[in-house]
Design a protein around this ligand. Structure first.
Ligand code: FAD
Length: 444
């Protein structure tokens, strides 16, 4: 077992580039007092919390949690809605990362404030890897698993599926360890922060591997409709980008492990892109991870965006609906019929896949799924007005919204274990310390 914390000289001395180019508008340092906490990454939600705690030890965290009447954890602020907000917030960014790699069990344990980009560099250096990542490495692991954040791949679950154990500071300040043998485990991973403050996370790891990215342009709509399963299954991870209204669908990004089958020369009529591209039209590819078939470590290829740059555009809103994969083509056609309404407000849509899991509040709960994602222009009124239309259109396909992005309504009946989740929250947090407006509206 290796304690690789020494790679960070102090908890605050993060790896190069961690904060560069980020929209971290909050104040850093140890506050434990009334401060202007600022906004989320998208500058859309202004946190109404007036106190931001940054404990440096678990004991301090336990003390903060047990004495606060209303508190929630703040991750890296990349959610687009008010999910993280409360009267008081606590960030775990100042805790010692305490990264421990266990070669025997092939797991890594670490403090829950860590971001994937920070963890990934340490794992890669030690010869290890995670199975999958989201489009950006900037997000905290705790925040990502709390909302069932995902990357892509028909055989890859959401990022929460890699969790093998959690430690949670519950409302009383007690430290509770939860593992797969515990009956509440499947409810505790995608927690929306409603069960307590996750202080330590253990994830499955595997020996490091290399990935290449290849982009294919000009896929026709007929080809996508006729070959959807073939396209999304053609590589370890596939992303399909579209603006819904052009004659061609758009670009398809294939991420292939180099030990797997090589990507094709041509993908169902789509040609290999001559140069690297950005997912958003007209944006320089300098902030994206290398493409054009150049192999590199998983940490530098699975995310679309490089850690030392602003991910995506920075001037945007996002929504996403997770649909059972059996409905993928029908759901895509239904949204395409709205193309003229959507396109004026859209930067790009990304279609990804994820494998089924058993996590109660996961978008992929008991179903292989497709994520229909929208990167919107920063036009809140127009976007919010469109969401009910999109949700009505996707209702026949049992679409579950991404918890961390903008949506109109959650259909509670699509989460058969929701009553069990509410009961678990009541047990761990009888006074509703971790509840907020978002949770009252959408969950409780
Ligand atoms: C540019 C961009 C790209 C994105 N790409 C993707 C993508 O590829 N795939 C995808 O699925 N999503 C994506 N997202 C959405 C993002 O991954 C989620 O919103 C994720 O939850 C953000 O994590 P965070 O650390 O910023 O969490 P926050 O937004 O800070 O918090 C999210 C939730 O996690 C809870 N939380 C955080 N830390 C803890 C803790 N220690 N204990 C308990 N609860 C905690 C918070 O209380 C809150 O409920 C993207 C977002 C942006 C801005």
């Amino acid at each position: 077992m290796a304690d690789v914390t020494a790679l960070f000289n102090t908890p605050k001395q993060r790896l190069p580039g961690i904060w560069v180019g980020e929209h971290c508008t909050g104040v850093r340092g140890r506050h434990n007092g009334r401060v202007n906490i600022g906004t989320n990454w998208a500058k859309y939600h202004t946190y109404r919390a007036s106190t931001l705690h940054e404990p440096r030890t678990i004991e301090e965290l336990q003390d903060v949690v047990s004495t606060a009447p209303k508190i929630r954890a703040l991750g890296s602020r990349h959610s687009f809605n008010d999910l993280a907000d409360s009267a008081e917030l606590v960030s775990l960014a100042a805790l010692d990362p305490a990264i421990v790699i266990d070669d025997e069990s092939e797991t890594v344990s670490f403090s829950a404030g860590l971001r994937y980009g920070e963890l990934g560099v340490v794992l890669q250096e030690a010869g290890w890897a995670l199975r999958n990542l989201a489009s950006l490495p900037h997000i905290s692991v705790a925040g990502a698993i709390a909302t069932s954040t995902h990357g892509s791949g028909v055989n890859n679950g959401t990022l929460a599926r890699a969790v093998t154990a959690l430690e949670i500071v519950t409302a009383s300040g007690e430290l509770r360890a939860i593992g797969p043998v515990d009956p509440e485990f499947d409810g505790a991973v995608v927690s929306l922060g409603a069960l307590g403050i996750v202080s330590r996370i253990t994830l499955d790891i595997e020996p490091t591997y290399e990935v290449r990215q290849d982009v294919f342009s000009g896929l026709s709509w007929n080809s996508l409709i006729d070959n959807y399963d073939g396209i999304v299954s053609r590589a370890y991870s596939a992303s399909i980008f579209t603006n819904w209204v052009d004659d061609a669908v758009g670009d398809v990004w294939l991420k292939s492990r180099i030990t797997d089958r090589k990507p094709p020369q041509e993908l169902y009529g789509a040609a290999k892109a001559a140069t690297d591209v950005h997912p958003l039209p007209g944006v320089s590819a300098s902030s994206t991870t290398p493409q054009s078939g150049v192999a590199g470590p998983w940490i530098d290829r699975l995310p679309h965006f490089r850690m030392d740059f602003t991910p995506s555009n920075g001037e945007e809103l996002q929504s996403e609906y997770i649909v059972p994969r059996q409905h993928a083509v029908a759901a895509i056609l239904a949204v395409r019929a709205l193309g003229e309404r959507i396109a004026p407000h859209l930067q790009i849509t990304e279609l990804r896949t994820m494998a089924a899991d058993s996590l109660w509040l996961s978008g992929a709960y008991e179903t292989d799924a497709v994520g229909i994602h929208f990167t919107w222009k920063f036009e809140p009124a127009e976007v919010l007005a469109l969401l009910p239309l999109i949700e009505d259109t996707l209702a026949p396909f049992d679409a579950r919204p991404h918890w961390g992005k903008l949506f109109h309504t959650v259909r509670r009946e699509l989460y058969p274990r929701l009553p069990d989740f509410v009961a678990l929250a009541d047990e761990l947090d009888p006074s509703g310390k971790f509840r907020n407006d978002y949770l009252e509206r959408n969950v409780f």
